[in-house]
Ligand binder design. Structure first.
Ligand SMILES: NC(=O)c1ccc[n+]([C@@H]2O[C@H](COP(=O)([O-])OP(=O)(O)OC[C@H]3O[C@@H](n4cnc5c(N)ncnc54)[C@H](OP(=O)(O)O)[C@@H]3O)[C@@H](O)[C@H]2O)c1
Length: 334
């Protein structure tokens, strides 16, 4: 089967589209005929080797983190799915494998696709959709009437986050350039701050919850506009000890490292009387099914910027790496 394989960390020249043996499902796995795979910044960051401190799979390694397709085989313990089911999934982080014509997925990470969704749209949901759901609902506990600030509303995660925050009943302020303003407003953003011309610290409102998709100076300025005793969750700045304990199975060595690298952000948060949490999203078939229901009920739209044929995956990843995508980027397999 065709697969996009990482041979060595670094630039695009360390990976190639090639033929490899199809994966064999374990007892709890389904084998999926992949019809589309979603792309995310984590794909090029992984390719660059930036996640090596957390995951260090043996190379060569088939890249790709989310997919949609048809089940073509099931392991002996699989009860949730049958051959022929249309499924979508955020695959296990240490397993990858979505950028391929066939992939094996643990049944607990997969869900049935909403019936009216096509494969490209379904493949765009898992990673970004689950990230937004887990940050806003579970970490920030956003509720009706709360004021939520989301930095980077026009990208893959942001387009889900705006809609999920609105579904939770919040008043949403987000940042976008003029290139993304119409899109974020169409998704329900109540206020839009043009980050190219306006300083976030100058925003007059004060917020109950902050979701940061940009990091750096953006996160730094977000601390100035939060109410005291509130929380910012970032998925784009630096991990802190809880990331290792809660999201990475209690790896205490990593917690110590994250404690050191997050010192500056944690002291900034302390001065602002705001708590800071860096979230690594987790795959979940059950939570994905909940997102599927929201899509079926027309409460959540999937925004796709561009779809590329699988053969053009290098170009597709370069487009994601440009940082300008509005919504999601997807590759489709024929
Ligand atoms: N920790 C986790 O589990 C996790 C999960 C998912 C994603 N992430 C991380 O979250 C970040 C966002 O992911 P994504 O998929 O949403 O990225 P993305 O789709 O590549 O984001 C692109 C969008 O960001 C906007 N943008 C760029 N710079 C901006 C700025 N300074 N302020 C506001 N908007 C800006 C761009 O709009 P313009 O073109 O208009 O500038 C573009 O529309 C990435 O760093 C990703 O690695 C982490």
């Amino acid at each position: 089967m065709r697969a996009y394989v990482l041979d060595r960390y670094g630039g695009a020249d360390g990976s190639r589209l090639t033929d490899v043996a199809a994966p064999v499902p374990g007892n709890g796995d389904i084998r999926v005929n992949v019809r589309a795979a979603g792309l995310n910044p984590v794909d090029f960051k992984f390719r660059q080797g930036k996640l090596r401190v957390i995951h260090r799979p043996k190379l060569p390694f088939v890249l790709g983190n989310e997919l949609a397709g048809e089940v073509v085989a099931v392991g002996s313990d699989v009860r949730r799915f049958r051959v022929g089911d249309r499924v979508f999934a955020r695959v296990a982080k240490d397993r990858g494998g979505a950028f391929a014509e066939q992939a094996c997925v643990d049944q607990v990470y997969a869900a049935l696709m909403p019936p009216d969704l096509d494969f490209a749209a379904a493949a765009a949901v898992p990673l970004a959709g689950l990230t937004a759901l887990q940050a806003l609902r579970d970490e920030l506990r956003v509720g009706p009437g709360q004021k939520v600030f989301i930095s980077g509303g026009a990208g893959g995660v942001g387009t889900f986050a705006i809609q999920i925050a609105k579904w939770l009943g919040a008043h949403v302020t987000t940042t976008a350039s003029s290139r993304g303003e119409a899109l974020v407003r169409s998704l329900g953003a109540d206020e839009v701050v043009d980050y190219t011309s306006q300083d976030i610290s100058a925003v007059k409102d004060r917020f109950d919850a902050g979701f940061d998709l940009i990091g750096g100076n953006t996160l730094d300025q977000m601390f100035d506009i939060m109410k005291p005793d509130t929380k910012i969750v970032s998925v784009a700045a630096l991990p802190e000890p809880q990331t290792a304990i809660k999201d990475l199975d209690g790896r205490y060595g990593l917690a110590a490292l994250f404690w050191i690298i997050s010192t500056k952000i944690r002291s900034r948060a302390h001065r602002a009387k705001v708590s800071y949490r860096y979230l690594f999203m987790h795959p979940s078939g059950a939570e994905l099914a909940a997102l599927g229901e929201l899509i079926e009920q027309a409460k959540l739209k999937v925004v796709i910027d561009r779809t590329f044929p699988f053969e053009k995956i290098v170009e597709a990843l370069a487009y994601v790496e440009s940082g300008r995508a509005k919504g999601k980027v997807v590759v489709t397999m024929s």
